[in-house]
Write a protein that binds this ligand. Sequence first.
Ligand code: T5A
Ligand code: NA
Length: 213
Amino acid sequence: LDSVSSESRGALIVLEGLDRSGKSLQSSRLVSYLEGSGHSVEPWRFPDRTTSVGQMISSYLANKSELDDRTVHLLFSANRWEKRSQMEAKLKAGTTLVVDRYSYSGVAFSSAKGLNIEWCKAPEIGLLAPDLVLYLDIPPEKAAERGGYGGERYEQLEFQKKVAEYYEVLRDSSWKIIDASLPIEEIEKQLQELASECLKECQKGKPLSLLWS
Ligand code: T5A
Ligand code: NA
């Protein structure tokens, strides 16, 4: 007999949404919830600003450096590729990853600048596909009213409206759309239910797949 692992893999759960839609807040709450339910889980985020590629991105986002649009796009993508093998190893070892932004941010933000969407998707091909994308849906005007908005390069209303349009184009069957203007606790509850369902599917043996399919 094949020694098929009886241990189930972790789930790749991604949070997406406009700037200030509540992704970071809900990611950390979801991680706490899953930990509390006895799962092995880690919070991840992109851009991962701790790597040298991530530092270039961070300086660009803070308007401390200028970079060509395509160059920045490829850096964001490279930042995911440099973490890919670690990501796969964690998932296969049974750890669930709750990831704050992923390839959908990469494509939506760069397309909103006017880059061709197929060109933007190309470098993401072969990265791990999320099992579940939790999209925090908020009107751009409402997000703009929230704390801290306006600090970084992309935090401008007109630009965020374009990003929202591209997010809509990118939706696929792994997406769940959550009304992000609801109270924090209500959103939290919905995410807990959706994540729990997703974990069950993964435990039943749902295979990992790759972008974009
Ligand atoms: N980007 C990213 C690309 O262009 N390409 C890529 O490939 C990737 C990965 C940095 C930028 O990079 C771009 C996208 C971004 O513009 P980031 O580091 O994730 O990305 O951005 P941050 O500035 O850290 O985070 P965001 O602006 O996206 O905010 P969040 O995480 O969505 O929102 P959060 O949780 O910090 O909440 C914002 C505020 O709202 C309140 C919170 O308390 C907080 O004050 N809030 C609520 N208020 C009322 N009701 C609710 N339900 C609330 N939920 C949260
Ligand atoms: Na955030």
